[in-house]
Design a binder for this molecule. Structure first.
Ligand code: PMP
Length: 306
């Protein structure tokens, strides 16, 4: 990864290489931590963080779900992220921001009430999550052999570090089998989400995406729905079966890191033209216009840092 200059740790900016923790930190052993993944883009008016408040609010809500009491307000953490971007003096088009709250050193055993809460925000330059070629020409998706953790056994709505074991197993399997990304079905066999992104398909001019019953409440998914409706595209949120995705006209993934990534192939079935579909391309172009500050209508979603 590309190191930056500073990381914000519990109220202070520290040099990147000094942001360290003890090996007996509670979260390393028992897995209770919460993260965000937020992005800033270099616009014509300097860096702008996309939907900053939504992301920070989700971090606080994830923490509440998993019983972690973050001692900073959303407003305080928003300010830190702006400051962090300034202090790091980034140069490239894409900066990824990773707010993180976890349990530190001092208490062992599963019961975590007395474990100290650590709050850390890092940022670094990070390009296309699924590769530049994937963004342009589409990726190969594999339906994972493991289902997405069920609502009765995990905090699926929290962006909790613990949930990423499920994602990690699915992603590893997909890449090991020659694919780029994994799609997880829920315990009823309906499409839940990819290992780190949401799923959309196009059928007969309609855009279809699952409800968030078994997925993270994705900010990019919400954005795409708003944009598509503004274009006059019919958007339906409903359960999607495995057979349906194989015969979709187009399909794509959405996420802060994944942005709008076309899907060319799922489980050896070519999707549509086998590249980026027409509606996917329209939405992808519009999305980049928004995040790079080229669309005044959606500028309220940007927090400029200068
Ligand atoms: N699902 C999972 C499991 C994710 O990790 C992500 C990325 N945060 C998403 C969906 C997409 O969420 P968002 O659009 O808010 O980044």
């Amino acid at each position: 990864m590309d190191a930056a200059k500073y990381i914000w740790m519990n109220g202070e900016f520290v040099p990147w290489e000094d942001a360290k923790i003890h090996v007996l930190s509670h979260t390393l052993h028992y897995g209770n931590g919460v993260i965000e993944g937020t992005k800033a883009y270099k616009t014509a008016k300097g860096y702008a963080i996309f939907r900053l408040n939504d992301h920070t609010k989700r971090l606080k809500e994830s923490a509440k779900m998993t019983l972690i009491d973050i001692p900073y307000t959303v407003e305080e953490m928003n300010k830190v992220q702006v400051e962090l971007l300034k202090k790091n003096e980034f140069k490239g088009d894409n900066v990824y921001i990773r707010p993180f709250a976890f349990l530190g050193y001092g208490v062992m055993g599963v019961y975590h009430k007395d474990a100290p809460v650590e709050t850390v925000i890092s940022a670094w330059e990070w390009g296309a999550y699924l590769g530049e070629d994937g963004l342009k020409n589409g990726i190969k998706l594999k339906v994972a052999s493991m289902s997405r953790s069920s609502n009765t056994s995990s905090m699926g709505k929290a962006k909790a570090t613990a949930n990423y074991l499920n994602s990690q197993m699915a992603k590893y399997e997909a890449i090991d089998c020659g694919y780029d990304e994994a799609l997880l079905l829920d315990d009823q066999g309906y499409v839940a989400e990819a290992s780190g992104a949401c799923f959309f398909m196009v059928k007969d001019g309609e855009l279809i995406t699952p409800p968030n019953d078994n997925s993270l409440a994705s900010i990019t998914q919400k954005m795409v729905i708003e944009m598509a409706e503004d274009f006059g595209i019919k958007v339906t949120r409903r359960r999607i079966t495995r057979e349906e995705i194989y015969v979709a006209d187009e399909a794509f993934l959405t996420g802060t890191a994944a942005e709008i990534t076309p899907i060319a192939n799922i489980d050896a079935r070519v999707i549509g033209s086998g590249s980026c579909g027409e509606m996917t391309e329209k939405i992808q172009t519009a999305y980049f216009d928004i995040v790079f500050g080229r669309d005044a209508k959606y500028e309220h979603y940007l927090t400029y840092i200068d």
